[in-house]
Design a binder for this molecule. Structure first.
Ligand code: SF4
Length: 291
């Protein structure tokens, strides 16, 4: 593919812990205005919280789409949110999906925004699957950790509506941060099941330097505990700090067990615990439909 393409082969820093199937990654926007404290994309994208449209987006993706293999999965988005507030006005994501419609591709949407509901017609038509990230049911806690994203209650309503419309849905309980949101996941999973969500992806918080600073500045009361877990007992993998493997496994196992009980499929993201997975793909690619 020639230079300047926007639909790229997904390559998570060649992480050996990534279990994603072969797929393509597409971000209609650079940066993201949802301002989640734990975001890892801010460590490698300049001026990250200033969300801006990609230049010549439609011209370039038209060209990219011609080169994609048949039935390729496009994951939108991995380094931003495809439905930031400016999407209401610019409609770049919608126009991109209109282009996807002309090709035999499979679309996996990853968002935290209920603006996705505007595109239900197109998403249904192309057999897209939608995963929405929800880290807690507590709206006030969510306001602290994801200050500009829609509250969890709206995200759940969006998942319910999408499921009602026959769109396959998943939920990302991601990331789980010890002492912050590691306690209320049972209720959240139950809600997800009740509204028709099929698949859960989860992972623990893996700070890089900037996300670490943001989290401990907001939750200074638990800084010592987190410091011990991440920097004394944990390990560094790639550019990220990981909790001790035993703790990560215990958190992921509890969530996996609850999913099993509720009849939800489950997978982890970059944890290395594939034996806990109960779905054909970790990321939810299997929920997309081949046209
Ligand atoms: S929605 Fe995703 S990309 Fe945007 S700030 Fe939050 S974690 Fe980062």
């Amino acid at each position: 593919m020639r230079q300047g393409h926007y639909i790229k082969l997904f390559d998570p820093w060649r992480s050996s812990l990534c279990t994603c199937p072969v797929k393509f990654s597409f971000d209609p926007y650079t940066g993201c205005s949802h301002r989640c404290l734990y975001c890892y994309a801010s460590s490698y994208i300049r001026d990250f919280y200033n969300c801006r449209p990609k230049k010549n987006l439609l011209t370039i993706i038209k060209r990219d789409l011609e080169k994609l293999p048949k039935n390729a999965v496009i994951s939108m988005s991995n380094s931003s949110d495809p439905y930031p507030p400016i999407e209401k006005e610019l409609e770049l994501t919608r126009k991109s999906i209109e282009e996807f419609r002309k090709h035999q591709v499979r679309l996996l949407v990853i968002t935290k925004s209920d603006i996705v509901l505007r595109d239900v017609d197109l998403l249904k038509e192309i057999g897209a699957a939608v995963t929405i990230s929800i880290t807690t049911l507590d709206n006030s806690l969510a306001r602290r950790i994801e200050p500009s994203a829609p509250p969890p209650s709206r995200r759940l309503q969006a998942l319910a509506k999408l499921s009602e419309e026959g769109i396959n849905t998943g939920m990302r309980l991601d990331p789980v941060i010890p002492y912050v949101n590691d306690q209320d996941f049972r209720e959240l999973l139950k809600e997800a099941k009740n509204i028709g969500v099929k698949h859960i992806v989860s992972s623990t918080f893996k700070p890089r330097f900037d996300s670490w600073r943001r989290i401990v500045s907001e939750f200074s009361n638990i800084e010592d505990h987190l410091r011990r877990l991440y920097f004394k007992e944990g390990e560094r993998i790639g550019g990220a700090f990981y909790l001790p493997a035993k703790l990560r496994f215990s958190i992921m196992s509890e969530i996996a067990e609850e999913c099993r009980r509720l009849g939800l499929t489950f997978a982890t993201c970059r944890e290395g615990f594939t034996h806990l997975h109960t779905s054909p793909t970790c990321d939810g690619s299997h929920l997309t439909r081949v046209r």
